[in-house]
Design a protein around this ligand. Structure first.
Ligand SMILES: Cc1cc2nc3c(=O)[nH]c(=O)nc-3n(C[C@H](O)[C@H](O)[C@H](O)COP(=O)(O)O)c2cc1C
Length: 167
C-alpha cells in the first residue's frame, strides 16, 4: 500500500470495511445519521470478511475523521476483534480539524496489551508533500518491525502475513 516502485511500499493484505446496512445516499441524511452514531459511540454490523486476526502481528487501521472521532465502521471493526499483543498503527484522514481525537478514541478502544505505534495524519494541502510523508511513515514502521517481537506471541509472528491494513 501507499505508492508503488520505485517508491517505498509494504506488502499487506487489505480489508475494506462495508456496513451491512448501507448508509443513506442523501448527504444530509448521512450527516444526520453518522452524527448520532458519533454521539452514541455506536457500533454497527459489518459485512462478513475473511479477516483472521491471529494471522497478523501488525494491523494498520485507516479511517476518516467523522465528527471528531473514528468513523463508525472502523470503530465497529476495532470493537469486534481482539487486538491484544498486536502492533497497531493508525492512518487517518480529516477535513481540517486534525486527528488527535481520532487517535485518542482508537487508543481508548485498544487493549492495554497491544502496542500502539503512532498515527499518520493525512490532509492534502495541495503542496505535494503527502506521498513523501506517507512513504516516510511506512519506512519508519518497517524499521520498527521487531521492536515488540520478544513480548508477543511467536505464533502470530510465525505466519507469512504479518501486515493487515483495514480501512
Ligand atoms: C460524516 C462525516 C463527518 C466528518 N466529520 C469531520 C470532522 O469532524 N472533522 C474533519 O476534519 N473532517 C470531517 N469530515 C471530513 C472527512 O474526514 C474527510 O472527508 C475525509 O477524511 C477525507 O477523505 P475523503 O477524501 O475520502 O472524503 C467528515 C466527513 C464525513 C462524511
Amino acid at each position: 500500500m501507499c505508492g508503488s516502485p520505485p517508491f517505498f511500499f509494504i506488502e499487506s493484505d487489505l480489508f475494506s470495511l462495508t456496513p451491512l446496512l448501507p448508509y443513506p445516499k442523501s448527504y444530509g441524511r448521512l450527516l444526520k445519521e453518522t452524527r448520532k452514531e458519533a454521539e452514541e459511540k455506536k457500533v454497527i454490523d459489518l459485512a462478513p470478511m475473511d479477516f483472521k486476526p491471529d494471522q497478523y502481528a501488525r494491523v494498520l487501521l485507516g479511517t476518516p475523521n467523522w465528527w471528531g472521532g473514528l468513523s463508525t465502521p472502523v470503530r465497529s471493526f476495532i470493537r469486534q476483534y481482539d487486538f491484544g499483543s498486536k502492533e497497531i498503527a493508525l492512518f487517518a484522514t480529516h477535513g481540517g480539524s486534525g486527528i488527535k481525537s481520532v487517535e485518542e478514541e482508537t487508543i481508548s478502544l485498544l487493549p492495554l496489551t497491544s502496542h500502539f505505534l503512532g498515527t499518520l495524519s493525512i490532509f492534502d494541502d495541495g503542496e505535494g508533500r503527502l506521498e513523501k510523508r506517507c512513504q516516510e511513515w511506512l519506512e519508519k514502521l518497517e524499521k520498527e518491525k521487531d521492536k515488540y517481537k520478544k513480548n508477543t506471541d511467536n505464533r502470530i509472528y510465525g505466519g507469512s502475513n504479518i501486515n493487515a491494513a483495514a480501512l
